[in-house]
Write a protein that binds this ligand. Structure first.
Ligand code: KE4
Length: 425
């Protein structure tokens, strides 16, 4: 047995499936998981010393790459003063100012410890403010493991959702409607029927959790119009797109403003941080200013805030978005050429520094399209790339991420390894 296997078998003795989040078990790609010892720039190294070009990048937070010197320096400074006080600290004030100034739809922000926690809190706020209990999400979008959003589409379009996992009472699932992504008609039909009962709509403005799927022209605009017309709160889940698509996230990118924004990943720079942000009319309803309760021992933790603040400051100063887009376009075009040369049909959906290679023909514009992908072929592709020193997300329904550390040299090296992997398919 080699170190990865030995360590992972110990992990399985003490943690369910050996992991603290299911996707890390590499089940859907039928591959033995690796155990990572360190990350640096665009690379990670496993416990056996194998080095990989990393396109998973911890599922999105590391837009500056692993162990960025400025982030490490600021975190080290913060840590020396202690790890947590449970009382307001200067770091959370600074990063709150940074987030609010980046998001023109926000006057205030509340930090929590994960995207899930932010989603849960924002939906409670929407229900509390509107006095309504129904919510709407889209099939294939993922908003963390909160009961109300861990649900699957029911049978018909306007019927209630069903629990996405055992342990969620159907009474809870039945308060959620699940619609097809990018389907304006389904949206209009539901709002005409139940608009007055809907507290909020939560959407990934660019989907990342069915693989990358872009909003069709008019989809976000229709969402904005209908929610305004019926008094429902529009929640943009920007856990992935926030500070990644642009400094102002998808809202800046598309010029559509949500009522509440969910943030995570990049705003923690790799440390556990989530947040929800919105205008004063909504945020002043949150305790202790308002009556809608939400709390957390480690929310606004100084070390996590220092990590996120350093990340945002580097992004604001360097504005790497155009360059990230250029490099991602180059990489996806080269990967596509390699797959075409091998006679493998595929579709690449890309925006900014995030993309997905779907092993299916034709457009992928919703979850049903994405599910047409050849998952067996994806698993083989994953395995061949891993063997050749490239780590991509261990699921067809996730996004590859570039960071500012993925410079042209890294991409050249990555493409050589990807070419070898594809040749072995
Ligand atoms: P967390 O609770 O995992 O911090 O955030 C939940 C979440 C909310 N919204 C969106 C759009 C998200 O993508 C996520 C989490 N993303 C997944 C994978 N894309 C995290 C990976 C995992 O579950 O281990």
């Amino acid at each position: 047995m080699v170190a990865n296997e030995i360590l992972f078998s110990v992990a399985k003795e003490y943690m369910p499936g050996g992991v603290n989040s299911p996707v890390r078990a590499f089940k859907s790609v039928e591959t033995a998981p690796i155990v990572v010892k360190k990350g640096f720039g665009a690379y990670i190294e496993d416990v056996e010393g194998n080095r990989y070009v990393d396109f998973l990048m911890s599922w999105g937070p590391l837009i500056l790459g692993h162990a960025h010197p400025r982030v490490i320096e600021d975190v080290e400074k913060a840590i020396k003063n202690g790890l947590s006080f449970g009382i307001t600290n200067p770091y959370e004030i600074e990063i709150a100012k940074e987030v609010v100034s980046a998001l023109s739809s926000a006057d205030k922000v509340r930090f929590v410890n994960s995207g899930t926690e932010a989603v849960m809190s924002a939906i409670r706020l929407a229900r509390g403010v509107t006095g309504r209990k129904y919510i709407v999400k889209f099939d294939g979008c993922y908003h963390g493991h909160y009961d109300s959003v861990l649900v699957n589409a029911g049978s018909g379009v306007a019927t209630f959702a069903i629990p996405g996992t055992p342990g969620i009472p159907e009474e809870i699932a039945n308060l959620t409607f699940v619609l097809p992504y990018n389907d304006n008609n389904a949206l209009k039909e539901l709002f005409e029927k139940r608009g007055e009962d809907i507290a909020c709509v939560i959407v990934e403005p660019v989907a990342g959790n069915m693989g990358v799927v872009l909003p069709k022209k008019g989809f976000l605009k229709t969402l904005r119009k209908l929610t305004k017309k019926y008094g429902a709160i529009l929640i943009f889940d920007e856990v992935i797109t926030g500070f990644r698509l642009a400094y102002g996230g998808a809202q800046e990118y598309f010029g559509i403003w949500a009522d509440l924004t969910i943030l995570g990943k990049v705003i923690g720079g790799g440390m556990p941080v989530g947040a929800y942000a919105g205008g004063n009319t909504l945020m002043e309803k949150v305790a202790p200013e308002g009556r809608i309760y939400q709390a957390g021992t480690l929310s606004g933790n100084p070390v996590a805030m220092a990590s996120g603040l350093a990340t945002l400051r580097v992004l604001k100063k360097t504005n790497p978005y155009k360059e990230l887009e250029r490099r991602t376009l180059y990489l996806t075009e080269e990967i596509s050429k390699l797959l075409t040369a091998k006679g493998i049909s595929h579709t690449v959906n890309r925006i900014g520094s995030m993309f997905t290679v779907f092993f299916t023909e034709g457009e992928v514009k919703n979850y049903n399209d994405a599910k047409r992908s050849d998952l067996k072929l994806f698993a083989k592709f994953f395995k061949k790339l891993l063997k050749n020193g490239v780590l991509i997300p261990p699921s067809q329904f996730e996004a590859w991420f570039l960071s500012t550390a993925h410079d042209d040299n890294v991409l050249t090296e990555a493409l050589e390894r990807i070419e070898k992997g594809i040749k072995e398919l």
